[in-house]
Each structure stands twice: as structure tokens, then as C-alpha cells.
Design a protein around this ligand. Structure first.
Ligand code: SF4
Ligand code: SF4
Length: 198
């Protein structure tokens, strides 16, 4: 395997490196191991290099997904939604009857909160939360640029799903197949939720 050294001395170099990611993630660099020599302290750079050095498609997607979830979890304030008795800021202020420990009713919600890792849900913050905290935005997660355009779309819209299902949507090669999976799952989950309520 060949080695490619990336020199990053300042933010300008880092931005140039980000612009070249579309090339570094391509099959041209399948047999290349990346090493970085950097003078800047940037954790995201470490994650990107780590991901570039994972050459198996599914393993790279899984690493990117789990790392993005972890970055958000580590930066999320405790009880940022102000839950009291299962109701968040918005649900309490609108006197909503919904009491489910999340933005909306979801099949996976439990008394302990969300039992899975859904990146779209983690990236969603309502105006109330945004007015209180500086939350991580999708644009901050430069690591996600290593995903295909199809997967960058999926990752922003695949709400109300278990981590394992989202990963299967990401592993799929076409947007059509992933979209069919997402829509079928949403319909099935809505049906199961209604059945549960009745
Ligand atoms: S993001 Fe907003 S609407 Fe969703 S649970 Fe938190 S406070 Fe409530
Ligand atoms: S998957 Fe999303 S909507 Fe469902 S419980 Fe988890 S965070 Fe809430």
C-alpha cells in the first residue's frame, strides 16, 4: 500500500484539504494510506484521516455514522430539551397532551429516552433549543463529506429509525432503493403506533 503524507500547517491548508476530499475518498486512493503532519489542533481532521484509511465501504460508513453521533453526544448539554414529566419546553408551553420524551411520538422511545442512535434526530433542534444553545450543525461535521451525495441526503432525513436501519439505508447503492426502505418503514411505524394507541 502506498502512503500519502498530508501537511497541514494552518486553517488555509485544512480548507484546501477539505476541498480535495472528493478525490481522496475515490477509488484512485483505494491503495493509499494517509498520514497527517499537522500544526493545528483539530479533532475533526483526525476523524477524517481515520475514515480515509478505512477502505471497506460498509466499515467506513459505519465509522462515519458512529463518530458523528459521538461528536454530537459529547457536545450536547444534559437535558437540553428541558424535559419534565416527559414533556419538553415546547410540549409544556403549548400545553400539549403529548408526553413521549421526544419531539414527536416514535416507536422507539422508551422511559430511558432514545434507545438507539439516529443521526437525523440528533441533528434536529427546534427554535427553542437553538435559542438557548449553540448546537452542532450538519455543516460542522466535515467528516460527513466523505459520504456520497445520496448518503448525505439520507443522513439528514432518516428520522424515527433505529441505527441498524439507517445504516442499511446508507449501505444501499441507489437513492431509489433507500427511499423505498425509508418510506415503507415510516408507514409501518405509523401503523404500529396507531395500533398501540387504539
Ligand atoms: S428539540 Fe425542541 S421540540 Fe424536540 S424535544 Fe427538544 S425542545 Fe422539544
Ligand atoms: S429515533 Fe429519533 S424520534 Fe425516535 S426516540 Fe430516538 S431520537 Fe426520538
Amino acid at each position: 500500500m502506498k502512503t500519502k503524507k498530508i501537511n497541514i500547517n494552518n486553517e488555509n491548508d485544512y480548507n484546501k484539504f477539505l476541498k480535495k476530499l472528493f478525490l481522496y475518498k475515490s477509488f484512485f486512493y483505494y491503495n493509499t494510506r494517509f498520514v497527517v503532519d499537522t500544526k493545528i489542533n483539530n479533532e475533526m481532521l483526525t476523524y477524517i484521516i481515520e475514515a480515509l484509511n478505512i477502505k471497506k465501504r460498509k466499515e467506513r460508513i459505519t465509522y462515519i455514522y458512529d463518530t458523528a453521533c459521538k461528536i454530537i453526544d459529547d457536545a450536547t448539554p444534559k437535558n437540553m430539551c428541558g424535559f419534565k414529566n416527559g414533556k419538553c419546553y415546547l410540549q409544556r408551553s403549548s400545553k400539549s397532551n403529548k408526553c413521549n420524551g421526544c419531539c414527536r411520538k416514535c416507536l422507539y422511545q422508551s422511559k430511558e429516552g432514545c434507545p438507539t442512535k439516529n443521526l437525523a434526530c440528533k441533528l434536529f433542534n427546534c427554535s427553542e433549543v437553538k435559542s438557548r444553545y449553540n448546537m452542532i450543525r450538519v455543516e460542522d461535521l466535515k467528516l460527513l463529506r466523505l459520504l456520497s451525495l445520496k448518503n448525505q441526503m439520507i443522513i439528514k432525513s432518516d428520522y424515527f429509525s433505529k441505527r441498524e436501519d439507517v445504516l442499511k439505508d446508507l449501505y444501499a447503492y441507489t437513492l431509489t432503493y433507500s427511499t423505498i426502505r425509508v418510506v415503507c418503514r415510516l408507514i409501518k411505524n405509523q401503523y404500529l403506533l396507531k395500533k398501540d394507541v387504539l
